[in-house]
Design a protein around this ligand. Structure first.
Ligand SMILES: [Zn+2]
Length: 347
């Protein structure tokens, strides 16, 4: 089970398909590899991004390095004992690094799905977590396990604080590095280049911007305005379970607090940014988003009295609710209630 940090999601929210329907649920049912439709445990991990986790590890069996001939000599044998046959032992070539042909794998699952990570190379036991589509993860080892579509290889992988096994059916070897996060030059308005909006509540606003939310901004927006990343980052957490017909889809009081669709992005300076009350979420955890990249569309989901986006930067406390931190937008400084701002979050 995942670590759901909001109050329990009511029945009816739990089985909502995310993303476009892809016709894959049948496969999900058959092999249980994909976390299908609203596995709410799948994407609630708010593990801290560890840039050092991107480094691949070298396979420890050396079998495919081609550095040693096929005689029985084992690289680990002590060289003290005299060779017991008179053929020349091949001289190991020292100091030549082995070429690891699969240091990392990239997850390939249908759009809107995530790939389950298992505690062992089979589908017998419950998943211990999941990986977003396109995530690049470090390979610790390659092992044989349960056959899936005739493929018996499984990768033992590590991603952030998650370690386990994924079937090779849904992962492809890559030499590509996982995106590296660097501290941003600055933070831009969460609106597309040239888009104008009114700040309907600024920092320390009387309505609700206090405590953890003291440094939040509300932008009055119509339905479906794209919200974009204030700076480069990695999507660390989303909530996208509230859809048409749900009680808090069009907003509501405090009881709707847990049901606001949101995206949290982790930045290279260790801070995060929160984008809330979204009508639609267009990203998945683990995904790299460039500054200006679309995260979702504005709406009024959750504790909200009208269409707007609640946006703030936060400390990275590994959870949904963290202390907000002061933000000065590159193009707008620190706007106050009533200010009209224009985004220069341009490519
Ligand atoms: Zn707000």
């Amino acid at each position: 089970m995942g670590c759901v940090w909001w109050t329990p999601v009511p029945v009816g929210y739990q089985n909502r398909m995310r993303g476009g329907g892809t016709g894959w649920p049948a496969l999900c049912g058959l092999v249980g590899l994909l976390a299908c439709g609203g596995d709410d445990g799948a994407r609630a991990d708010a593990g801290a991004w560890d840039p050092s986790a991107g480094g691949g590890t070298t396979s420890d069996d050396g079998a495919t390095t081609g550095l040693v001939s096929t005689t029985s000599a084992s690289p680990g044998d002590s060289s003290d004992a005299p060779a017991d046959d008179d053929t020349m032992m091949p001289e190991p070539i020292a100091d030549v690094p082995a070429v690891d042909d699969c240091p990392r794998v990239q997850v390939m699952v249908p759009v809107g799905e995530v790939l389950n990570v298992r505690p062992d190379p089979s589908t017998a036991n419950a998943p211990i977590g999941s990986l977003p589509n396109n995530a690049i993860v470090s390979v610790l080892d390659e092992v044989d396990g349960e056959s899936v579509d005739g493929e018996t290889r499984w990768f033992h992988v590590q991603y952030l604080d998650l370690e386990g096994y994924i079937s090779a059916v849904f992962a492809t070897c890559t030499q590509e590095d996982a995106p590296e996060l660097v501290p941003p030059d600055g933070f831009y308005l969460p609106l597309q280049c040239g888009v104008q909006a009114t700040v309907t509540q600024g920092n320390n606003g009387a309505t609700s911007h206090n405590g953890l939310h003291a440094y939040a901004f509300d932008f009055g927006l119509g339905l479906g305005t794209p919200l974009v990343a204030m700076a480069d980052g990695i999507v660390s957490l989303i909530f996208d379970e509230t859809g048409p017909g749900d009680p808090c889809y069009g907003g509501g009081g405090p009881e709707c607090g847990p049901y606001g669709n949101l995206v949290i992005v982790l930045h290279g300076d260790g801070s995060t940014s929160l984008y809330k009350h979204l009508n639609e979420v267009h990203v998945t955890p683990g995904e790299f988003v460039p500054r200006g990249g679309i995260l979702g569309l504005s709406g009024s989901t959750g504790y909200s009295t009208g269409r707007h986006a609640h946006v703030m930067r936060m400390e990275n406390c590994g959870q949904f609710k963290c202390q907000s931190i002061p933000t000065q937008f590159v193009e707008a400084g620190v706007p106050v209630t009533g200010d009209v701002v224009t985004s220069a979050n341009c490519p």
